[in-house]
Design a protein around this ligand. Structure first.
Ligand SMILES: *Cc1c(COP(=O)(O)O)cnc(C)c1O
Length: 398
């Protein structure tokens, strides 16, 4: 776990490069090494006990934390502006550990129908087995969500914005205030936006979770998860994860630390490229609709403008011809790769049935307003002119 009393404010580009690397590194190394050691030795037993009891900083056993893992946690803590941070083997480990550590039988969670597919599975299939009720409301039913928060005990309010794959936008400040008023712990999945574009803790959330596998890593070569926010809550989840064992591997932490160094540059480019592609698609006759919070046509563009600094690298659009058109269009793309996952330097495309909602049956997808002709795009850092040319030729041929 990572935590600090106070720090001088740094810009996000600087924090991404240097936060968590303050200490002298071995041999004057300028990169945080991969410390594969599972345990750490002490000659002084009192000093060892102090570290074990949390009275002084140090490392005991890598299931708990580790120097490389700590550097990643500290970077994310500073980037999200939280009191403490802890990490996990994957994003789903971050989400499930957070929910299982903070909830007890009889508790009630309020969330929305557009949460990430794996998270929805926790709400519908797993938490109820432990006596936790999840109340899911339509993402754009603002009053309905607020009513669900007020009408019964609301232990935890779980939000995600922009959503996957239809890029719906929730009003974070308004919902976090309603959650806090009801005494709920407010958790936000900030995977799509990244702390470069959106900082939920500033908008009233207690905790922020991420799939670090996505934009934070940025290169599709390591998995991880992270939780940042209120110290007491992060500590509670950290102690559960210590025992539950879903720890981040130091080698993955190294890739995450390295990926984070260019986060601000990558996200700035992805914001620009995604806006350019969204504007291009919006004008095409083959395209029925485009979902991107940066478009003036987005139903919550005004809210996105107030709570986001940039609109992110994710968009989705639907082809008029439905699934048949999707099957014809996707293989024609030459530059963009057809794959699940997102947030990498390369443009990735796929239908939600194979990506975000692979765990969600087709009827539930339809109920969540996900048309079969939908294509999700994770826009990369290539040159916008090449991305547009690729989509243009794939739409025009055939
Ligand atoms: C991918 C993703 C997750 C799950 O993360 P993993 O690292 O795949 O376990 C959770 N939330 C969102 C929004 C995601 O995109």
């Amino acid at each position: 776990m990572s935590g600090a009393e106070s720090e001088a404010p740094m810009g996000p580009g600087t924090a991404a490069v240097w936060a968590g690397e303050e200490g002298p590194l071995p041999w004057g190394s300028v990169t945080v090494p991969i410390v594969n050691s599972v345990t750490f030795s002490y000659d002084d037993v009192d000093g060892w006990l102090d570290v074990a009891l949390g009275k002084s900083e140090g490392f005991i056993y890598s299931r708990n934390t580790n120097p490389t893992v700590h550097a990643f946690e500290e970077k994310m803590r500073v980037l999200e502006g939280g009191e403490a941070a802890t990490s996990f083997s994957t994003g789903m480990a971050a989400i499930s550990n957070t929910l299982f550590a903070l909830l007890s039988p009889g508790d009630r969670v309020v969330s929305v129908l557009d949460s990430y597919g794996g998270t929805l599975k926790l709400f519908t299939d797993f938490l109820p087995r432990f006596g936790v009720e999840a109340v899911l409301r339509d993402t754009y039913d603002q009053e309905g969500i607020e009513r669900a928060i007020r009408e019964g005990k609301c232990s935890l309010l779980y939000l995600e914005t922009p959503t996957n794959p239809t890029l719906k936008v929730l009003d974070l400040a308004r919902l976090a205030a309603a959650g806090r008023e009801a005494g709920a712990t407010v958790v936000v999945d900030n995977t799509f936006a990244t702390p470069i574009n959106q900082r939920p803790l500033e908008l009233g959330a207690h905790l922020v979770v991420h799939s670090a596998t996505k934009f934070l890593n940025g290169h599709s070569d390591a998995m991880g998860g992270v939780l940042v926010g209120d110290r007491a809550l992060v500590e509670k989840v950290f102690h559960f994860r210590e025992i539950n064992g879903a720890s981040l591997h130091p080698a993955s932490a190294y890739f995450l630390v390295r990926g984070l160094k260019t986060l601000e540059l990558r996200v700035a480019r992805q914001n620009e490229n995604a806006l350019a592609l969204a504007r291009f698609l919006e004008k095409r006759p083959e395209v029925e609709s485009v979902n991107y919070p940066g478009l003036e046509s987005h139903p919550r563009h005004d809210i996105a403008r107030t709570q986001m600094r940039g609109f992110g690298g994710m968009l989705s659009f639907s082809l008029s011809g439905g699934m048949e058109a999707v099957k014809a269009f996707l293989p024609r793309l030459r530059l963009a790769h057809r794959a699940a996952s997102l947030g990498s330097v390369g443009t990735l495309v796929g239908p939600p049935g194979t990506t975000s909602h692979v765990e969600v049956p087709i009827e539930e997808r339809a109920a969540a307003g996900i048309p079969e002709g939908l294509i999700r795009v994770s826009v990369g850092i290539e040159n916008a002119s090449d991305i547009l040319a690729d989509f243009r030729q794939a739409l025009t041929t055939g």
